[in-house]
Design a protein around this ligand. Structure first.
Ligand code: GDP
Ligand code: ZN
Length: 392
């Protein structure tokens, strides 16, 4: 606990959205006394006399108000009260205003989380959890909220204090291997479909999504803008972007679409470069598609091509967006590219830019300065479990 948390603090923990209930949490020495100013339980037991763990139903009302709100208050510790009121923003805002009027400090749910969490990494995990799009992503964040990364980082700090720099370096390298994966626990992987018009990009996307998300027309140049669709592949959140076909074009609208497509390509974690099995001319590909490191080359419309000869050398997948042939294999190839090593349950995984940045700097320092690195600077960099001085 920091000195600041001695002050009584309240926050609305639920999102500002439509729903049946909202929750206001109050922590601090005055939490019970201040709540008792506004809350009268139907059983007439005041919170100050209720035992810890007691849940009371009653009325919340400020002196000047004519109407009170019927709600539920839980006394979860001698210094911790949770108020469950009607949903939406107004009911909870009113309660927070009352508490503020008697001297309570008010903050956001993120500030609340930082005050309550065991350490800064645990707080980051709790704040990141609502961003997890799939259960699998959430489970890895729950591991970090339970302390997996905090414990590992603390062990590395001890290694550094004991002068075991090479062990520390190995441990950091292992963490960094999972860092790209960790960044995607809160942000979907990006997969872009590219290739000339009419090759079947939109059709293949629809087949992978399992429903009709993109417009499919029998005319080149239909998908003018970049179209996004998010789904889960093998339990991992993936955002597909269907781009305008990349080719030379006189049509200005289409050209704008091509520019957006090229921007999407540069940020992609994987690019599916589609080729037409009935018209296989990979050498004519736009230069921007030839040099992509994250490219998976896919020959589509194989249902139309008898005895198809795939070009030698480069690996190519063959699909039909109409029959679905090759689509499961394509999905596994995408997943393998995005998640080459799947971390075990309980594995320590860096998942924020702050963690990644500090670990990379520490690794750089170790690489440059072994066998006698500046250990104070290293300890500072790896002091990731401490809250930064400005804890807001
Ligand atoms: P895009 O411009 O690359 O997005 O291509 P579309 O998905 O709009 O498809 C263009 C045309 O090719 C449409 O008529 C599709 O029905 C057809 N098509 C797409 N994929 C296949 C396929 O695998 N087999 C066959 N037979 N037709 C396909
Ligand atoms: Zn299309």
């Amino acid at each position: 606990m920091t000195a600041a948390s001695a002050k009584t603090f309240a926050a609305v923990l639920t999102p500002p959205a439509r729903g049946a209930i909202a929750t206001v949490a109050v922590r601090g020495q005055a939490a019970v006394v201040w709540s008792d100013r506004f809350f009268t339980s139907f059983s007439k037991v005041p919170l100050c006399q209720a035992e810890v763990g007691r849940i009371l139903v009653g009325q919340w009302q400020a002196e000047e108000e004519e109407l009170g709100e019927e709600l539920v208050v839980a006394k979860l510790a001698e210094d911790y009260v949770e108020i469950h009121c009607h949903g939406g923003v107004q009911a909870s805002r009113r309660i927070v205003k009352h508490l503020e009027s008697v001297g309570c400090e008010i903050g956001t749910w993120q500030q609340w989380t930082r005050r309550e969490a065991a350490d800064a990494i645990v707080a980051e995990a709790q704040i990141a959890l609502p961003e997890a799009a799939t259960q699998q992503a959430a489970l890895h964040l729950i591991d970090q909220a339970a302390g997996a990364l905090s414990h590992r980082v603390s062990a590395i700090v001890r290694d550094i204090e004991d002068g075991n720099f090479e062990i520390a370096q190995q441990q950091i390298a292992q963490l960094l291997r999972f860092a790209p994966f960790g960044q995607h626990l809160t942000r979907p992987w990006s997969v872009v479909l590219a290739g000339p018009p009419n090759v079947g990009k939109s059709s293949l996307l629809n087949k992978m999504l399992g429903y009709d998300r993109a417009i499919v027309l029998d005319m080149p140049g239909t998908t003018r803008d970049v179209l996004h669709a998010t789904t889960a592949l093998d339990g991992w959140p993936v955002q597909f972007s269907d781009t305008a076909g990349i080719r030379l074009s006189d049509d200005q609208v289409e050209q704008a679409g091509i520019l957006k497509a090229k921007a999407a390509l540069e940020q992609a974690d994987a690019v599916l470069v589609l080729h037409d099995a009935t018209n296989l001319r990979p050498h004519e590909l736009d230069d921007s598609l030839k040099q992509l490191p994250a490219a998976l080359h896919v020959v589509n419309k194989i249902d139309l091509a008898n005895d198809l000869q795939l070009p030698e050398g480069g690996e190519m997948l063959a699909t039909s967006a109409v029959t679905g042939q090759g689509v499961p294999e394509l999905i596994s190839a995408i997943v393998t590219q995005l998640v080459p090593v799947r971390p075990d349950v309980g594995q320590a995984i860096p998942f924020t830019l702050r963690q990644l940045d500090h670990l990379e700097q520490a690794q750089q320092l170790l690489q440059n300065q072994l066998p006698a690195p500046a250990s104070q600077r290293l300890s500072d960099l790896l002091n990731l479990t401490s809250f930064p001085a400005d804890n807001s």
